[in-house]
Ligand binder design. Structure first.
Ligand SMILES: NC(=O)c1ccc[n+]([C@@H]2O[C@H](COP(=O)([O-])OP(=O)(O)OC[C@H]3O[C@@H](n4cnc5c(N)ncnc54)[C@H](O)[C@@H]3O)[C@@H](O)[C@H]2O)c1
Length: 449
């Protein structure tokens, strides 16, 4: 983009969406002012450190540091930029609605925005939020301040690629000119741009995540039936995925989805429907299937080990997915307390999320290395499919474990290789291990005395 004059931009919120968006805009040649209210976050960014683990992000921020400025002061951002992308968190309330307090906080601070400013909502918000914000601007006599819904679809772990090569850019605007100004920022990416109304843009985001979550719960239920009838879900998914009407994506069976988006967005859409007088039955089932799926790990362990009291279980992978240190709604947050409630000793390991896990997981022992986690363990449970876990299938690990049992919650390993290496191996939706209920290896086998 060298030589072309690009409009300065503002990004409010320096999390996964804000930082990756800011890095991408800077890469396109924009000066970008990034504002966050967390002083530690701004200080880390100013030192040249990325406060989150996202592949390539640290390098992208460093590469573009001349064009990136960080501040805690919204006024500084508004002075520099006429388009401000709001990327603050919108977590769930305990009831499953969307907590919009961070969004309203930003709006409260916008006491006298200048005409010509366009506020662009990248945060995921319930349908109708844009309408409320527009009404608020109008009531304050701010008809000249634009509002655009521009939901974000990135996935953590591949966020930079997702933002620089998006499948589509969705732009919902009240005024065409505002939509065109925002579209102009994305034009160099060459992606299809969906111009639509604000409510539809908001719904596209929620419906997309609901559709992906539905596919995951669907294949997980198919996996559960496969276990009962002797089919292999990996083979089934391969066969389904070759159907062009269905495609291969999001057909990987496992212990369910987590993270900062699918659980809360599925719940937000369900609640939005309920608040509008509609019972979204399908989504209720998708959420329930996902909750139950994580707990199947416990049953699988019990099937092999019997009662889990005093058994040592290595929990491998704590972040909600590989290549991130994000612990939000991670399945480990359900599985570890369930194991502790059964009286098990839980040894937990993750290559990047140990610090974050320590802050939210009580009662577990944290292992610094994979080997420390599995040493003398009765079972190793793959919770997150980190590539490092491919190393589990080795004679070193087998010999280190008290009982060489692997429960693979992500279908990461090759069952034949794991069994050939001497492990009892069980996964999700795959033919069961041949040796159920092995005795405790370092005790006399029950029934033989
Ligand atoms: N993480 C994802 O994979 C992803 C993908 C697509 C969409 N989204 C959506 O994007 C939004 C942001 O998600 P995230 O994962 O980047 O959140 P995050 O929690 O990682 O980051 C949010 C940031 O906003 C900051 N913040 C809060 N209030 C602020 C304020 N008033 N001014 C400035 N900064 C403020 C927080 O300190 C934090 O750094 C959410 O609505 C989320 O649903 C997330």
């Amino acid at each position: 983009m060298a030589g072309e004059e690009r409009e300065p931009l503002g990004v409010v919120g320096a999390g996964w969406v804000g930082l990756v968006t800011a890095a991408c805009f800077a890469e396109l040649g924009h000066e970008v002012v990034v504002r966050d209210i967390a002083p530690g976050r701004i200080a880390a960014l100013e030192r040249g450190e990325s406060p989150i683990h996202e592949p390539g992000l640290g390098e992208a921020l460093a590469r573009n540091r001349q064009r990136l400025r960080y501040t805690e002061d919204l006024g500084e951002l508004l002075e520099a930029a006429r388009i401000a992308f709001v990327c603050v968190g919108t977590p769930s309330t305990p009831e499953g609605d969307t907590d919009l307090s961070a969004v309203w906080h930003v709006l409260d601070e916008l006491d006298s925005p200048e005409e010509g400013l366009v506020l662009v909502m990248k945060s995921t918000v319930p349908v109708g939020t844009g309408e409320r914000i527009r009404a608020r601007f109008d009531a304050l006599g701010l008809a000249g301040v634009g509002y655009v819904s521009n939901p974000e679809f990135l996935s953590e772990g591949t966020a930079l690629l997702d933002v620089t090569s998006p499948d589509r850019v969705v732009i919902g605007a009240f005024a065409d000119e505002d939509g065109r100004r925002v579209a102009a920022v994305y034009e160099p990416l060459g992606a299809p741009i969906v111009h639509t109304d604000v409510a539809s843009a908001e719904m596209i985001k929620l419906a997309s995540n609901a559709a992906l979550a539905t596919r995951i719960s669907f294949i997980n239920e198919i996996a559960n039936v496969c276990e009962l009838v002797g089919a292999d879900v990996q083979e089934v998914a391969r066969g389904i995925g070759l159907d062009r009407r269905l495609g291969p994506h999001f057909l990987r069976a496992g212990i369910g989805f987590g993270g900062s988006c699918f659980p809360k967005d599925a719940s937000a859409l369900k609640q939005l429907a309920a608040n509008s007088g509609y019972h979204f039955q399908l989504l209720s089932a998708v959420i329930e299937v996902n909750e139950l799926q994580k707990r199947r790990i416990i049953q699988k362990l019990q099937a092999h080990l019997g009662p889990l009291r005093d058994r040592t279980i290595a929990l491998l992978g704590l972040a909600y997915k590989p290549h991130t240190n994000d612990m939000r709604e991670a399945p480990s947050l359900v599985i570890a307390p369930r194991l502790l409630a059964e009286g098990a000793v839980v040894r937990a390991w993750d290559p990047v999320a140990l610090d974050e896990a320590r802050a939210v997981l009580g009662g577990v022992v944290f292992a610094e290395t994979l080997h420390d986690a599995v040493n003398d363990a009765d079972a190793a449970v793959i919770v997150t499919e980190w590539p490092e876990l491919l190393e589990l299938v080795s004679s070193d690990v087998r010999d280190a474990m008290r009982t060489p049992l692997i429960v693979d919650g992500r279908n990461l390993l090759d069952p034949a290789a794991a069994r050939a290496a001497g492990f009892t191996y069980e996964a999700i939706g795959r033919p069961l291990a041949l040796v159920p209920h092995p005795p405790r290896a370092k005790e006399p086998a029950r029934g033989l005395l």
